[in-house]
Design a protein around this ligand. Structure first.
Ligand SMILES: C[S@@+](CC[C@H](N)C(=O)[O-])C[C@H]1O[C@@H](n2cnc3c(N)ncnc32)[C@H](O)[C@@H]1O
Length: 334
């Protein structure tokens, strides 16, 4: 299996795999090659898992394109392609000049495919499907200029680079936008959101621009598009002391507090989920001062509030996350 992740986080991905009883055999910037025969949707660090990757080598653009085309055509035997299929070319941005190499091989491959199977070539889509889940197509991952790992079946964990918005008051805005993709849902007009640790307001703004009504709780000031937004009410108070009125269930809990994660889990996440104060949640937990792999084990343990009250939850290290995880889910029976 080839697993991709945010560059610099390979050692943590390797440790997460080891905790799951798997072995990382090789790694480079943004990728880890590991044993394992099945996708593991629970893993937090991978952005994508490429099943049974085949290693191909070539010392020129044409040689690599030829090998990839041969692999792809051979793997298509007996398969009918009559719908758009993802044709995704990737590699570490950290290797200078590799992006140009990838582009050149992709173009040469496209020409070879058009000559052999123009109908299939026309259906190629140059990006992974949006959202988390399995997909079949062609993924080509460059580990360096002369070596690629190719696979037909991939599990996407949902992370992706999001587009910024000039009115968004913080880079955090990109995290919540990405979290919606992982969850497969986003706030809708008329829904209610409580945003704990809201300032300067990127998450609140993201919900309000979709027409949701937001209660933003933070002692700090809101800025940019969140400041004086008609759908955002700002309360300057302690997030740990706030609770919705008795009998009220909010559609969304957002929580992005710079606080110790165990404290957030015990004193905020646990009551919010156990009392069903929200239907869905996006919760960011900072792991800068704790062991992230131990924290993941705690999030998945039987006494975790997520396991107990939101069994389908997903923990992800997002494309836009730094030393933090984002947990998304729906509260059971809410
Ligand atoms: C990373 S920032 C949140 C960024 C925000 N999600 C956005 O999109 O702009 C963390 C915020 O948590 C707030 N915070 C930390 N502890 C808090 C607490 N106990 N109650 C309320 N806010 C708190 C800080 O004031 C800070 O504004």
């Amino acid at each position: 299996m080839l697993l991709t992740c945010q560059a610099g986080f390979e050692p943590l991905l390797a440790r997460e795999l080891a905790a799951a009883g798997r072995t990382a055999m090789e790694q480079g910037p943004g990728w880890v090659r590991a044993d394992g025969a099945a996708f593991d949707e629970m893993l937090a660090f991978p952005h994508a898992e490429l099943m049974a990757p085949v290693e191909l080598r070539g010392d020129s653009v044409n040689a690599l394109a030829q090998r990839v085309a041969e692999f792809f055509l051979a793997s298509l035997q007996g398969e009918r392609v009559d719908a758009p299929w993802p044709c995704v070319w990737l590699g570490p941005q950290e290797i200078t000049g590799l992006g140009r190499r990838i582009g050149a091989v992709e173009t040469a491959f496209g020409e070879l495919l058009r000559r052999k199977l123009s109908r299939v070539a026309k259906l190629a889509v140059a990006e992974a499907p949006r959202g988390a889940g399995p997909a079949r197509g062609l993924w080509v991952y460059f580990t360096d200029f002369g070596r690629v790992l190719v696979a037909r079946d991939v599990l996407s964990h949902g992370q992706r680079r999001m587009a910024d918005d000039d009115l968004a008051p913080s880079r955090s805005y990109l995290k919540i936008e990405e979290a919606y993709v992982v969850l497969g849902r986003e706030p809708a007009a008329g829904e209610t959101v409580c945003d704990l640790g809201a300032a300067p307001g990127g998450w609140s703004y993201s919900a309000a621009k979709r027409g949701a009504r937001v209660l933003a709780i933070d002692n700090g000031p809101l800025k940019g598009g969140a400041l004086n937004h008609p759908l955002i009410e700002h309360w300057r108070e302690d997030a740990f002391k706030y609770a919705p009125k008795a009998g009220v269930t909010l559609d969304w809990l957002f929580c992005d507090l710079v606080e110790e994660p165990h404290h957030v889990l015990q004193h905020l996440v646990a009551p919010w989920l156990a009392q069903r104060w929200c239907r869905r949640f996006v919760i960011n937990l900072k792991f800068g001062r704790v062991d992230p792999v131990a924290l993941l084990a705690e999030l998945r343990a039987s006494d975790s509030p997520f396991v107990q009250h939101a069994p389908g939850f997903r923990v992800r290290h997002l494309y836009h996350d730094r030393e933090e995880f984002t947990v998304v889910g729906e509260v059971a029976g809410s």
